[in-house]
Design a protein around this ligand. Structure first.
Ligand code: NA7
Length: 546
């Protein structure tokens, strides 16, 4: 579609659009979508709230932030030249390296000229008469486009607790997901970290090295497992480069696009000795194998889950010297893998250091933030820095922060009042020409693999519209209902559905997020792709095209 095709509305013949497509967000999904839309000859505008590209890897600059996916399974796969040029320095690259990598992509494709930075989208409204979206920025400026593509991430709306006195704290305070660009020096400081999810764990390991005193405020311990990171020497990187086709083929085949996938055996198919040896092997290997490459029933069979939980609990007991602290670090209200498993590097050993203390905020809740620190029900602590590693309004949170209004003036928030719905996470009936790249119920896992698939899927749809001189695409309600039935069905029987976490849509700091829902797609990535590809292969019968 050339810009010229948009000069007049097919309905009124009057209104003109400024852009063929507006993309919200310049993270990995926004950047890749921008590249693909340019190939279609589209005139594209990207609005990005930050001052640079990178999304997750722009905002999350807290100390120790890095991949839990193997670096070489995480980067873009579409550019063979870039794969041969780029070197990952570690098996799990740190944030600054990934941010550099995404800046290189933006430079290579000259993407910045179409990105407006420091531009936060406040609202987007569908105009039925002109068949255009009007996007309003925080600044009040308005922009019109035929298509609207949300590239706003699944974990991108940071949330803060609301303890009394937070504003009056006289030291420094940071949220991990809104970390400042200037380095924060922890040397010799008294530091508090609130939260022990994946971000908290990565932060704690780093801060423990420099702080005079680190106090961790833990409400719920998570099951963490060793990352086993390491440097990638040049000769190993050369060998990885030679294997890229095989690596990405493997990601395509696995359950959630990681290099690891469930073992075909059940936990109790093997002898106790064999089981122990297998778990030991997984515990000693890099990455998510212990979670997503384990016996295939650990996340569905209670006895199997108890077995792996026991194994990891014993590891924690071996690694933490003080038995009381070890018990506090062992989850008691959920089994291994039923929440996101943070991968760690000497995390548990931090608690053996004399400068690190653990406070159980269930036993002694935080009552208030004081000007000089934190007061719990039984003690007063002084701090120079408080780090809030308190997570995100996940999955639908970034959507709720923008006022999307679709056909017939219906707000997306209203539409999703009883829970978010979608067709393959990418479309929503009532919201024509809006495509969500990491919308609710998309396949998650190793995210860039999902991003590349979703962008290619949207691009294929837009090419189809172009080739058939169509300007309108909307999911049919019955197709949304069928997909949602599938989403609900695959979540049945998962132990994770019995546990509060961002994966079940629970965030106690956000009104309306107190009860568990089927917040994400829990089926396999290959099943997801087959479903989405089926829609395209059948000529988009599940969509209204015009
Ligand atoms: P998470 O995994 O949602 O973790 C947030 C943590 O903050 C978690 O330990 C929470 O405890 C804790 N929290 C939140 N609010 C409070 C209050 N009010 N008091 C005490 N503790 C609190 O977020 P992350 O950023 O670590 O990770 C999110 C995902 O991003 C991660 O899984 C990766 O996929 C990338 P709770 O468990 O709710 O008791």
């Amino acid at each position: 579609m050339t810009p010229a095709t948009l000069q007049t509305s097919p309905v009124t013949g009057a209104a003109s659009a400024t852009w063929d497509a507006i993309i919200i967000g310049a993270g990995m999904s926004g950047l890749y979508q921008q590249i693909r839309l340019r190939e279609l000859g589209m005139k594209v505008r990207v609005f990005e709230a930050g001052t640079g590209v990178g999304g997750t890897w722009y905002w999350n600059r807290y100390p120790g932030c890095r991949f839990d996916s193997e670096s070489y399974s995480y980067g873009f796969s579409f550019d063979k030249e870039l794969l041969q040029e780029w070197s990952w320095s570690e098996h799990f690259a740190p944030q600054p390296e990934t941010e550099r990598y995404l800046n290189l992509v933006a430079d290579k494709y000259d993407l910045r000229r179409d990105i407006q930075f420091s531009a936060r989208v406040k609202a987007a409204r569908w105009d039925e008469v002109d068949r255009l979206w009007t996007v309003t920025l925080d600044s009040g400026s308005r922009h019109r486009s035929r298509f609207l593509i949300t590239a706003i991430g699944a974990l991108s709306a940071p949330t803060m607790p609301d303890f009394p006195g937070m504003d009056a704290f006289e030291g420094e305070a940071y949220h991990t997901g809104l970390w400042p660009k200037t380095p924060v020096d922890f040397t010799g400081k008294r530091v508090a970290v609130i939260g022990t999810g994946a971000s908290g764990v990565q932060t704690i390991q780093e801060v423990a090295k420099a702080a005079a005193q680190l106090t961790v405020f833990q409400r719920t311990p998570n099951w963490c497992a060793p990352l086993h990171n390491g440097r990638i020497p040049p000769e190993e990187m050369a060998a990885i480069r030679a294997r890229y086709d095989e690596i990405f083929r493997r990601c395509d085949e696995t359950f959630s696009c990681f290099l690891h996938t469930p073992d075909p055996r059940n936990t109790f198919d093997v002898s106790a000795e064999e089981r122990e040896a297998f778990l030991e092997k997984l515990y000693s290997e890099r990455g998510f194998g212990i979670w997503v490459g384990n016996f295939k029933d650990i996340l569905t069979n209670r006895a199997a889950n108890e077995e792996i939980s026991r194994f990891v609990a014993d590891k924690i007991r071996q690694r933490v010297k003080d038995p009381k602290v070890a018990e506090l670090l062992i989850p008691k209200n959920h089994g291994f893998g039923t929440r996101r498993v943070p991968l760690e590097t000497r995390y548990y050993e931090c608690y053996n250091q004399p400068n690190v203390a653990l406070v159980d905020t269930r036993a002694t809740p935080i009552e208030r933030i004081t000007p000089t620190g934190i007061r719990t029900s039984d003690a007063e602590y002084g701090f120079d820095i408080i780090v809030y590693a308190t997570g995100f309004d996940a999955l639908r949170g970034a959507f709720d922060r923008i006022d999307f209004t679709g056909r017939d003036g219906v707000a997306l928030k209203e539409k999703w009042q009883g829970g978010a719905t979608s067709l393959v996470g990418m479309l929503q009936d009532g919201f024509p020409n809006m495509f969500m790249l990491l919308g609710p119920h998309t396949a998650l896992g190793n995210i860039p693999r999902s991003i590349e698939f979703n962008v290619d899927w949207v691009t294929r749809l837009l090419r189809h519209l172009q080739e058939n001189s169509l300007t309108y695409a909307e999911a049919r309600p019955d197709a949304v209902a069928r997909w949602m039935d599938h989403v609900m069905e695959v979540a049945q029987g998962l132990l994770s559905m019995e546990v509060d976490s961002w994966m079940t849509g629970v965030n106690r700091n956000v009104a309306g997020r107190q009860t568990r829902v089927v917040a994400r797609y829990t089926g396999s990535a290959p099943t997801y792709r087959a479903w989405a590809n089926g829609i395209a292969d059948r000529g988009y019968a599940e969509l209204v095209l015009a």
